[in-house]
Design a protein around this ligand. Sequence first.
Ligand code: IVH
Length: 670
Amino acid sequence: MPKSVEKEMEKLRQEIRYHEHRYYVLDDPEISDAEFDRLMRRLQDREREHPELVTPDSPTQRVGGKPAGAFPKFHHSTPMMSLDNTYSVEELTDFDRRVRELGGRDKVDYVAELKLDGLSMALTYRNGALERGVTRGDGSKGEDVTPNVKTIRSVPLRIDPKKLALLGDQADQFEVRGEVIMTRKAFERANAQREAAGEPRFANPRNSAAGSIRQLDSRIVADRGLDMYLYYLQAPGGAELFPEHSKVLEALSKLGFKVNPHWRYCRSFDEVLEYIRAWEEKREKLEYEIDGIVIKVNNTRLWEELGTTAKSPRWAVAFKYPARQATTVVRDIRAQVGRTGTLTPVADLEPVDVGGVTVSHATLHNMDEIARLEIKIGDTILIQRAGEVIPQVVKVTKHASGGRAFVMPKKCPVCAGDVHRAEGEVAYRCVNVSCPAKLKESLLHFAGRRAMNIDGLGEALVEQLVDKGLVKDLADLYSLTQEQLENLERMGEKSAQNLLGEIAASKKNDLARLLFALGIRFVGERTAEFLAGHFGSMEKLESASEEELLEVEEIGPRIAESIAEFFREKRNRLLLEKLKKAGLQFEGTKSRKSEGKLAGKQFVLTGTLAHYSRDEVKRLIEDAGGRVIGSVSKKTDYVVVGAEPGSKLDKAKALGVKTVDEAGLLKLVS
Ligand code: IVH
């Protein structure tokens, strides 16, 4: 191995670490994203060429491959304690008095910090490399979620060796603790994704952060935008190294950790009160939520003297801001259509002042929440702002007599398209792909690499095309002109030409891609392939009944219903006509063979065969001209039964459909 390659790789890693720190910790990048990506790609290339030189602390190793089965439990070196809460200046003054009495001094200096609303986590480092990340758990043992912690880009995987000296004897092995949080923006994004996937929303960023860090697949965690702030250094040898907490925070920063920049050294208790007052309003503007302030005695030697109670230290306390609540009347409840087409019930309120902000709307999230609150139009309700952008409804305080219940509209309030609720989901959605509320999302999905693959049609462009009224549905893309494109921001002659080329080329995509690109709910790439293979043309698919759809492999009632719903919507059918006129591929190749021993025969598979995988069985049948479909009906010719068959066998028996085992099938195809 040439030494120079190894050196180059280490140099790249150091450079990347430096820029990660500038970007994710200091929020002050020196290079562009593209330059950063180039460095990363170069390192990835080298590592691919020399896999033996990949180190676990390499910046390329943040996202692990296989999802974990479960997280191992791990005992904390010392318990992770929680804090006592105080809710008023009086209670806090008591804390200061106790500290002074127990510590035997007249005056104590403090450090005040934001109380980040996330989940606490302990990180251990050995020889400068991140060894383990463990959740708080019950305080004495938590879960080892190391692969997921590694996805947090602000958490250093390796500490600069030159900085380690700061830790004296502890340099070889040390433990730091802090809070994993999710920003409000990342929280909204995570919820939008969950809604799009038909999963329930997270109630707040803390739950969302906690749910994410316990995700078994680290690739999903990497996407969630978690962050971590450190505020504690576990000092096995006592407070010799850092006799002041403010020095600990400074040292953590120097070591490369992200430390929340808003901490303040307070010479006196009065300064603590000032800090608390100042953040009462300012906290609204933070990008993440806090649920109070933490006050810590600055002198860490005094920490040892003060000691702890059973569950919390006597040298620190939390101050919780009072929730800002108010009562008001619900004037109306209406459905608001979001970017993904979800209809969210929103309450229009009698405007009311809640802690200095006039509130006139509150989200009710979904119909389940409306049922839980038993809320009706005309009711008097208690609302609260806990830092969220949109205020929450806490409860109904008085039901109006004859209050009107909210009914989810059957037609979209934005485009009058059909509204559909899939079985087992809480969300109602507008089915019209071209609904103005969701057109931007539809376009981005349509242009995506795995859909129509229109390179260059990104978010900024979609925004302009829709906002300027140039594109009102997906098909309008195909009538855009050079002149129209050139007039857009950041579009030159050349890039407009390129984009038109891309759009024209996308017409050649096959039927399966087009089906996927339409964004029919539950129709992913695989389902789209099955549909295209089974029906062979858009027209046939369009006129298929739900029963016929159920004959397609892997299509169950939920997907069949969603597809039927899509084609029932007039606006979608009009869109398809336009797309056809534009010259897109509406015909595909039918996978079904019209010749062979099993030509025209329908098979359904259930259970596991001893010698063949599902895909292999399918190929056997298809090569002989037969067809494998998803569910048993009277039209099914054979049900192939393996070990541990499911309900399909019962259905076959009930309908009198022939069944064969593996040997029987082989005879049929041979
Ligand atoms: S210090 C031994 N500092 O609040 C006490 N905690 O309610 C160590 N928290 O479990 C905690 N921000 O998860 C500390 N700046 C901060 C904090 C903070 C948030 C959390 C932490 C703790 C909980 C107690």
